[in-house]
Write a protein that binds this ligand. Structure first.
Ligand code: PAF
Length: 282
């Protein structure tokens, strides 16, 4: 992979990477389509990275189906699928990792303390293997996107990182490979994530500025479903992820909720009306 990409780079080709863990859905396809328009050689990596899963998480159960993924990518003019195995990526003596000091203290990092070290390390490896000019990541994993942007700046990776908006099912559920775990009943409960985010956005547009009140209403709505257990619901600064008490500037509202055993995340930007930077689509 590295040899191939180096040769293309030398010929002046622009290399684009879409890193994934496979079991592709429309969210991944939108990254791939955006990626296609950004360069000459489009690489999609598929690797269920063991180091970003905690000991009691779903690494073994995570859905995998390479044939299906390749089929879904057929119409998208992908130039290469990079599909390493864990032994290739992490040899027996592997011992180097990338740990960020602040961003992982918040949101998902609180209940998944080793997750972002696993993500940053594998993405750094993918960048060194594929040597892309551009890499694309979904905004659904907003904290991951911030972690990668910070790593790229801190360690001088010569990669342009592009965030792509979340793709949703027609009823609003954010696309995720983990949605396949949900039964019909659990799926109805899962809708409370986006509904509570949308309601928060409405409250802000109607003039509510008190984060605690907005968070309370969102939590109540989610807790109305007995199968839902909240990991966090937070309103925070969209760059540092530090909690905000008042919404006087664009803020990120993010949440993680377990629907039975399935952990789902989602987020939205809250923008006081008339404020520049407001993007009602997010
Ligand atoms: O977002 C994902 O699918 C993964 O975290 C990533 C970026 C491919 C790293 O394993």
């Amino acid at each position: 992979m590295q040899r191939e990409c180096d040769a293309l780079r030398t010929k002046g080709k622009r290399i684009v990477l879409v890193p994934t863990m496979g079991y592709l859905h429309e969210g991944h396809l939108s990254l791939i389509r955006e990626g296609r328009s950004r360069g000459d050689f489009l690489v999609v990596s598929i690797f269920v990275n063991p180091t970003q899963f905690g000991p009691r998480e779903d690494f073994q159960a995570y859905p995998r189906d390479l044939k299906r993924d390749v089929q879904l990518m057929k119409p998208e003019r992908v130039d290469a699928v990079f599909y390493p195995d864990a032994r290739e990526m992490y040899g027996a003596h592997f011992q180097t990792s990338i740990r960020l000091s602040c961003l992982p203290k918040y949101l998902c990092g609180r209940s998944r303390p080793t997750h972002f070290t696993g993500v940053a390390t594998v993405v750094a490896k993918l960048f060194n293997i594929v040597r892309p000019h551009v890499a694309l990541f979904g905004e659904k994993d907003f904290q991951q996107l911030l972690v990668i942007r910070r790593m790229v700046e801190d360690l001088n990776f010569d990669v342009e990182v592009i965030g792509v908006p979340t793709v949703r099912e027609p009823d609003g559920l954010a696309m995720s490979s983990r949605n396949t775990y949900l039964t019909a009943e659990q799926r109805a409960a899962a809708l409370s994530l986006f509904q509570s985010l949308k309601e928060a956005r409405k409250q802000v547009l109607e003039g509510e500025r008190d984060a605690a009140k907005i968070l309370q209403r969102a939590s109540d709505r989610i807790r109305a479903y007995p199968e839902a257990t909240i990991d966090y619901v937070a309103i925070c600064d969209p760059e540092t992820l530090q909690p905000l008490e008042k919404i006087t500037r664009p803020a990120l509202m993010a949440l993680a909720v377990k629907i039975d055993k399935t952990r789902l995340i989602d987020n939205i930007m809250l923008c006081p009306e008339g404020m520049s930077g407001s993007d009602p689509g997010r």
